[in-house]
Design a protein around this ligand. Structure first.
Ligand code: AMP
Ligand code: ZN
Ligand code: FE
Ligand code: FE
Length: 282
């Protein structure tokens, strides 16, 4: 069993990066990827702990991309923190994130919501790691939402009053940068695109042509029949069906590392299969 999708305090998860391999090892996983939003900065810390525990830590990150009028999340694997085309793009995306969060704070002020940019940064611990879940936590604490999902429904989700779009890059651009840095790109939680499995066939064909290596199919929050549908879509288009919990700790309650809601089990063979898709570059 493996888990190729987790978040730590380096983005919007609530657990420090060292805790992710600890939870993975305790759940019986042989490998875990840390996939924080827009950053590889905590891969090293997580890997040190993973090697002490005798499990593999796969370098990863998650990027929000502009796609078909909405936002598509792309996971990148096997790119290490350091220099390179993907790493440069991630640095630009972290700058975009800061600018977006400033606009989000202005939007909240215009809506008479008493949450400042400084509050958001303090909640996140660092300017570059702040995201909407941190704002959601503040909204709950100020009594303006009942829960984090409710805060998204009322304020933060696409088309809600405090939403500020952020995605600038396309999936094809991220796939190209990932490949140039020796990594691979995978479409995360495909049903977030709001399409049925039929339309996702078209998406899979398009992304495969754009250099994608995989598509998430074994996803923590999906039902078993949804996972099988996505395995089918991926396989029909030569994409590796990958998977993970999307663990965020308390920012996304009900999900555990490796086991998701209790019924997740991503097969070990996914990892070597994905690794084979790396090109010679990097
Ligand atoms: P950001 O990086 O600021 O765009 O925030 C993305 C994070 O918000 C991801 O971790 C998502 O899981 C979370 N998120 C997005 N939409 C929702 C929603 N409707 N309910 C709860 N969490 C959400
Ligand atoms: Zn997140
Ligand atoms: Fe995501
Ligand atoms: Fe995620």
């Amino acid at each position: 069993m493996i888990d190729l999708h987790t978040h730590s305090t380096c983005s919007d998860g609530s657990d420090p990066p060292e805790r992710i391999p600890e939870l993975a090892a305790a759940a019986g996983c042989s490998a875990v990827a840390l996939t924080d939003h827009d950053t590889l900065a905590c891969i090293g810390r997580a890997r040190v702990r993973a090697s002490e525990l005798g499990i593999e830590l796969v370098a990863g990150c998650e990027v929000s991309c502009r796609y078909r009028g909405t936002s598509a999340h792309v996971l990148v694997y096997f790119v290490e923190d350091g220099e390179g085309p993907l790493q440069e793009e991630l640095a630009r995306l972290r700058e975009d994130r800061v600018a977006r969060n400033r606009r989000l704070a202005e939007r909240l002020a215009a809506l008479d919501v008493p949450i400042s940019y400084e509050d958001i940064v303090q909640e996140a611990g660092a300017e570059e790691s702040a995201g909407r879940p941190h704002v959601a936590a503040l909204l709950v604490r100020r009594g303006l939402a009942e829960s984090i999902p409710d805060a998204f429904d009322r304020w933060l989700a696409e088309d809600r009053p405090a939403y500020v779009p952020k995605a600038r890059v396309t999936p094809a651009e991220i796939a190209a940068a990932a490949r140039a840095s020796g990594g691979v790109a995978v479409l995360a939680h495909p049903f977030s695109l709001g399409l049925d499995a039929g339309a996702l066939d078209e998406v899979a064909a398009e992304l495969q042509a754009a250099g994608f290596a995989g598509m998430e199919a074994y996803y923590g929050a999906y039902r078993p029949e949804q996972r099988s549908q996505l395995v089918g879509v991926a396989r029909r288009h030569g994409l590796v069906p990958t998977g993970g919990s999307d663990y965020h700790g308390t920012s996304k309650p009900g999900l555990r590392v490796c086991t998701g809601q209790g019924d997740l089990s991503v097969p070990d063979r996914v990892l070597p299969e994905l690794r084979e898709r790396r090109t010679a570059a990097g």
